[in-house]
Design a protein around this ligand. Sequence first.
Ligand code: ATP
Ligand code: MG
Length: 112
Amino acid sequence: MKKIEAIIRPESLSAVKSALDELGYPGMTISDVKGHGKQKGLEQIWRGRKYKVDFLPKLKLEIVVVDEDLSKILNAIIREARTESIGDGKIFVYDVIDAIRIRTGEYGDNAI
Ligand SMILES: Nc1ncnc2c1ncn2[C@@H]1O[C@H](COP(=O)(O)OP(=O)(O)OP(=O)(O)O)[C@@H](O)[C@H]1O
Ligand SMILES: [Mg+2]
């Protein structure tokens, strides 16, 4: 199992969510986060003065998938979240040791 942590634009959530649902992954965790990447936020001009916005609102999507589905899920997230402008986001992938569905006691792939 792999855990995908995708930091995406909040606006792209509904398209990403529908794509994941269609691929058989209705379960996911979403959090509101703030961050910045290479550009370290951005500068905005308001009434002629410059203001630095250090951290921009992003959305963190966490989803655990079986190994065989990793690349198709990654491709779907990339396809739906990409606008080709800076700040589209970033994806991190982790190994997952185990998963348990609490209600049934199922483990591993069966628990996803
Ligand atoms: N190295 C990193 N570690 C952890 N989080 C990161 C890292 N880089 C980016 N992020 C998170 O991802 C969000 C989006 O990053 P962003 O898309 O701006 O990356 P970037 O490297 O600057 O690429 P781009 O040039 O396309 O903007 C950031 O707001 C931050 O929350
Ligand atoms: Mg950036």
